[in-house]
Design a protein around this ligand. Structure first.
Ligand code: HEC
Ligand code: HEC
Length: 332
């Protein structure tokens, strides 16, 4: 009898061992495949080699300074909110400018943005410096008349004299439109937000729950990563929105608006998915209000797949794990 118990015990415990090792193996395989398609964040963004503390501090001050707008009503941070609970967006479908006029596109996040191949939904700015020059002069955003007017306005603010001189030693004049954009970009390059997905890719098998791992597997199995890949899970390439089935709102034709090339119709930047759980509403027009809906729509529009409720909920759980660890508490 004692013997029988012993045998059963051995059988049961080896079965238990077998199942746990299989799942540890499976997780290890998933970590390897995640590293094939995606990559963990590093602690320095491309182009940050010359970003001194003085330049970053100046850029931060400029990013939050409403005096960069025509009527002192609006800063970069008005639309790209960085205060407690926000993830570099205003969570509006489209944003009002300094004078209250609405833009036509949804504000993307500035978090981790410098890792993208280029900036804007249509990629028309090659980097953060070129990007920063646009909103200040955009008549329905910050509305300043021209570069010179911005330089003159800042030269008239005493505290900026020293701040620019120390941020750009040797430059004369130091307050130039180029340097304004350079400083803002230096600050933006500090907006790096590691998530649990990074820990997972770096080998911490427990960093993603079972459900999140299932979501990651579904994301890969469905081929979402054929577009959303790399360090930002997107942000590197341009693809038609409505690759398989046309998107209902055709009023904004994406890259075509810039290039006028027929082949670019409805091409938009593949949205980077880091922090996506905090950046509702979704798509370039801000017309999709929930993450579930965005995921489900991606299935039909881009892959001609009707996702099951289970797939949508698993993938959404995985996408939530791409949130800045310091901001996860704000996911609703
Ligand atoms: C009125 C709201 C508003 C203001 C003010 C504003 N932005 Fe934006 N920002 C947007 C919108 C909308 C877009 C997308 C526009 C497009 O793609 O055509 C955008 C795009 C960006 C992007 C590109 C992100 C990406 O994923 O492509 C960056 C970076 C950015 N803004 C930084 C800034 C900076 C720096 C300032 C201040 C100099 C600023 N923004 C001022 C609304 C605003
Ligand atoms: C053929 C390329 C392609 C495929 C495949 C694809 N996407 Fe996308 N995805 C895009 C593009 C392009 C956008 C930006 C669309 C826009 O608003 O113009 C986007 C946007 C999104 C958004 C909204 C992000 C935001 O900030 O607005 C989510 C979420 C998303 N995709 C998830 C997925 C998931 C999940 C899958 C797989 C089921 C998937 N995508 C498959 C190209 C693709």
């Amino acid at each position: 009898m004692a013997n029988m118990k012993h045998i059963i015990w051995i059988l049961v415990s080896s079965l238990f061992l077998a199942t746990t090792t299989v799942s540890a193996d499976e997780t290890a395989r998933l970590i390897r495949s995640a590293n094939r398609y995606f990559a963990p964040l590093t602690d320095a963004m491309p182009g940050s080699e010359n970003d001194t503390p003085e330049r970053i501090a100046l850029g931060k001050k400029l990013f939050f300074d409403k005096r960069l707008s025509i009527n002192d009503e609006q800063s970069c941070a008005s639309c790209h909110r960085l205060e407690e609970g926000f993830a570099g967006v205003d969570n509006l479908p489209v944003s009002p400018g300094a004078k209250g006029q609405l833009g036509t596109r949804n504000s993307p996040t500035v978090l981790n943005s410098g890792w993208q191949d280029s900036q804007f939904w249509d990629g028309r700015a090659e980097d953060l410096v070129e990007q920063a020059k646009e909103p200040i002069l955009n008549p329905i955003e910050m509305g300043m008349p021209d570069e010179q007017a911005v330089e003159e306005k800042l030269r008239g603010i005493a505290e900026y004299g020293d701040a620019f001189a120390t941020a750009f030693p040797g430059a004369d004049p130091a307050i130039t439109y180029q340097n304004i954009a350079e400083a803002i970009a230096a600050f933006e390059r500090t907006l790096i937000t590691p998530s649990r997905f990074d820990d997972f890719m770096n080998g911490d098998a427990g960093a993603l729950s079972e459900v999140e791992q299932r979501g990651l597997k579904a994301f890969i199995r469905l081929d979402c990563n054929s577009c959303h890949d790399g360090i930002l899970v997107g942000g590197e390439t341009y693809e038609p929105l409505g690759k398989e089935n046309p998107y209902e709102n055709q009023s904004d034709q994406g890259m075509y608006e810039v290039t006028k090339d027929e082949n670019d119709r409805m091409f938009f930047k593949v949205a980077p998915l880091r922090n996506v759980a905090l950046t509702a509403p979704y798509f370039h027009d801000g017309k999709i209000s929930t993450l579930d809906e965005a995921v489900r729509k991606m299935g039909t529009l881009q892959l001609d797949e009707e996702l099951t409720d289970q797939q949508v909920s698993d993938i959404t759980s995985f996408l939530k794990a791409l949130t800045d660890k310091n901001r996860e508490q704000y996911i609703q």
